[in-house]
Design a binder for this molecule. Sequence first.
Ligand SMILES: [Zn+2]
Ligand SMILES: [Zn+2]
Length: 108
Amino acid sequence: MNLRRSAREALRTQRERLKRLNQTAPPEPFSKWYKEDRKRHPDIPAASFDSQLCIICLEIITGKDSVRALSCRHIYHTACFDKWFKGYHDFCPVCHGRVVPEAESVTV
Ligand SMILES: [Zn+2]
Ligand SMILES: [Zn+2]
């Protein structure tokens, strides 16, 4: 087995994964997400938006924090989520929903 080659492969895979992540859940300020998500879900009581906990670092997400909002509506600090994602976790830490579409569908 060629170790150096597989390290390169891993790096490329990692870059592809991050690219897909940025397409699926681009980083945005929490305040922006909050405003848009309220528009998208006018039926959800405002109170449920007020405090969002980042389950990775267990800190409350506030105004200018950069977040990634997954399609399952779970949000995390961008830095926290990226650490999680780089550990080859392709799923949401809370609901285990897939973060990005299947890797197999990507043509390199
Ligand atoms: Zn966090
Ligand atoms: Zn989720």
